[in-house]
Ligand binder design. Structure first.
Ligand code: NAP
Length: 241
């Protein structure tokens, strides 16, 4: 990871912050894109002895992302890897789901992946690189109450495979990770009854930690993943197999 620059979207909290810290531990420099203050996260990354910066970027806006990417290039010089991690949920059964609930989740979770990938890809053509998109088990097997979220995460999988085919010969690898239930503020919102039901259904009988995802991100962007592209890898304790 030494001398690499990785953009991590949604890197102020949760899985994104953990990815940023773990890649930093392995020697990589980090640019965090988020809509909430990332000072804590940047301090934690810098404490690993690497260069890090926070960019206030709403990834659902192409204009904001393009200007964020220009800022990264000005401050850090290049972009080697992109981790499309930012995401939100607005859960409702379809009958109650409003058009704006659908549109917002698709914009933040799926259009953001287009925005960020399109904005970095021509810079990556010079150096090669690796892109990891954080999908979800919901995108692989569906989940009641999450039509918008599951559609956004399934869309990420189609996008991942397509971009892997388009840019493989230019040395750019593109993979997706589909986490199951990982302990973050996103899953804190789930009520206790549903949580207990989920736990029973997970063969490993425990929820995942952000580090379980971060380890795989590192594997994929580092030389360990050098012959892997267009893959969707599940990290879910066996919940889906
Ligand atoms: P999280 O704790 O809510 O962190 C997500 C981060 O993304 C937050 O800092 C959030 O800011 C930021 N964000 C939201 N909208 C943004 C935007 N428009 N532009 C830039 N940043 C934005 O969520 P998480 O659990 O770590 O999830 C990370 C990713 O993993 C998501 O894509 C999620 O769908 C996926 N995932 C999570 C799980 C799980 O069990 N946790 C399972 C499967 C997949 P705010 O705090 O303002 O929202």
């Amino acid at each position: 990871m030494k001398d690499t620059i990785t953009i991590v979207t949604g890197g102020s909290h949760g899985i994104g912050r953990c990815i940023a810290e773990f890649l930093a531990e392995k020697g990589g420099n980090i640019a965090i894109f988020d809509v909430v203050d990332g000072t804590d996260s940047v301090d934690a990354v810098r404490s690993k002895g690497v260069n890090a910066d926070f960019f206030n970027v709403d990834v659902s806006s192409l204009k904001a992302v393009e200007s964020g990417v220009e800022d990264v290039l000005k401050k850090m010089g290049k972009i080697n890897n992109l981790i499309n991690n930012a995401g939100i949920t607005v859960d409702k059964l379809l009958l109650r789901m409003k058009e704006e609930d659908w549109d917002r989740v698709i914009q933040v979770n799926l259009k953001s992946v287009f925005n960020c990938t399109k904005s970095v890809i021509r810079h990556m053509l010079k150096t090669g690189g690796s892109i990891v998109n954080i999908s979800s088990i919901a995108g692989v097997m569906g989940n009641a109450g999450q039509a918008n979220y599951a559609a956004s995460k399934a869309g990420i999988i189609g996008f991942t495979k397509t971009i892997a085919k388009e840019y493989g010969e230019r040395g750019i690898r593109v993979n997706a990770i589909a986490p199951g239930f990982i302990k973050t503020k996103m899953t804190d919102a789930i009520d206790d009854r549903l949580r207990d039901e989920m736990l029973k259904a997970i063969p490993l009988k425990k929820f995942g930690e952000p580090l379980d995802v971060a380890h795989l991100v590192y594997f994929l962007v580092s030389h360990y993943g050098s012959y892997i592209t267009g893959e969707v890898i599940n990290v879910n304790g066996g919940l889906y197999m």
